[in-house]
Design a protein around this ligand. Sequence first.
Ligand code: HEM
Ligand SMILES: Nc1nc2c(c(=O)[nH]1)N[C@H]1C(S)=C(S)[C@@H](COP(=O)(O)O)O[C@H]1N2
Ligand SMILES: [Mo]
Length: 435
Amino acid sequence: MRDPDAPRSPSSPGFWRSPLRGLRFTSVLGLVLFAGITVLFVTGLVSYAAYNPDLSPVNDMTPDKGILGFYLFAWPTNPHWLYRLNQGVHVTLGITLVPVLLAKLWSVVPRLFALPPARSLAHALERISLLFLVGGALFQFVTGVLNIQLDYVFPGSFYPLHFYGAWVFFAAFVVHVLLRMPTALRTLRHLRKGPRESPQEGPQEGPREGPREDPREERDDLVSPRPAEPTVSRRGALWFVGGGSLLLFATTAGQNTDGPLRRTALLAPHGGGDPGEGPNGFQINKTAAYAGIDAAETGEDAWRLVVTGRTGTVRLGREELLRLPLHSAALPIACVEGWSTSDQWWRGVRLRDLAALVGYDDPPDVFVESLQRRGAFRKAALRANQVADPRSLLALYVNGEELSLDHGRPARVIVPAAPGVLNTKWVARLTFGDL
Ligand code: HEM
Ligand SMILES: Nc1nc2c(c(=O)[nH]1)N[C@H]1C(S)=C(S)[C@@H](COP(=O)(O)O)O[C@H]1N2
Ligand SMILES: [Mo]
């Protein structure tokens, strides 16, 4: 027989000795995760809807989604910062929650090794759901962070992985919350009524047997039966976790601003090309060089915008385009990676005016194609409501100057509230008609 106190096996309760572990620590972290992960799930699904995946296969990064697309809706154009807010929250919150997730896992790690693996069928099912919970949590956080930091280590495949992963993880999450929320709330209610000990005093004793001061108190298997000397109080540990989160927040959030604050975004993705100063001096995602754009093709003599619709095809050179009414709109670029710019001042031709040129008084959907020959974002489909918005432009100018080559010269799409991927650069062709 194994001595239950022998710290040799991680499945023996005595192996885990931190006096910080206990229902309270786990419950506080659990409640923070509950709020945070619910917001992550909702903003994640909303971000997917923002791509118009049900409009055209070119927009759909997860074509085999099946019924998981049940909730999709026509993405609105108001408020114009909608995607900026949604994705800023999704990415910034995801990064900020990393320390909380790690601390939560640490707090329950003895449970993961507990033997016997299953005491009953119900217990076996719960443990299988925990596999999906823990695996799913790690998977979602790791794929999310890798996608932002390593600039598409898995181009294309990231979207289905993160999308299906979200559903598996969230299903396990809901089961876990249903099972554990009562415990978490009861534990914290006790805490507010006055804990039996101050956090500095270390662990309770004899969690398994013996009389308790409050007989209704739950048994707490997370408390170590042979705790080590505390090196930090529970409150101190929570501050440590919160401090880690704060640090990540402070080094991430700046990527949603322009100007000097952006330099605080040490964890923002880098390498998009140096935007330099001046009117075109805002974040660049893919540079023209990266996208394989030949400057000669964008020049006055070479470039023709090809617009197709009900009444046929119209080809417009830059000069002809500029003879159409020009309009302005102040709109941000907001990337799925969680960075965004503040509103830039774009100037160009309304998409709905271009639709009218080829026979549509009531704007239909449009299929946009770039000069770019390869790469995932060279085509995009916009919905009729986006085409109809008077702020949706084929922009030729930004902040009073011609678009730089990296920002999409000679012309790019800009649509209010849309994710960056739908703002196609180096536009060559617009095909209007219901998709
Ligand atoms: C990413 C999300 C989460 C992960 C990966 C996670 C993981 C775990 C794991 C593996 C356990 C041990 C279960 C066992 O073997 O009995 C556990 C216990 C617990 N979790 Fe979570 N959890 C998460 C979110 C939450 C949330 C949102 C709550 C709040 C309602 C919560 C509250 C608890 C409580 C109170 C326990 C201890 C239960 C007990 O000892 O009776 N957890 N968690
Ligand atoms: N042709 C083309 N257009 C594109 C892209 C691209 O790779 N190719 N990237 C898109 C993405 S993901 C974003 S976030 C925005 C970024 O625009 P910016 O580089 O001008 O900031 O452009 C979009 N338009
Ligand atoms: Mo993007």
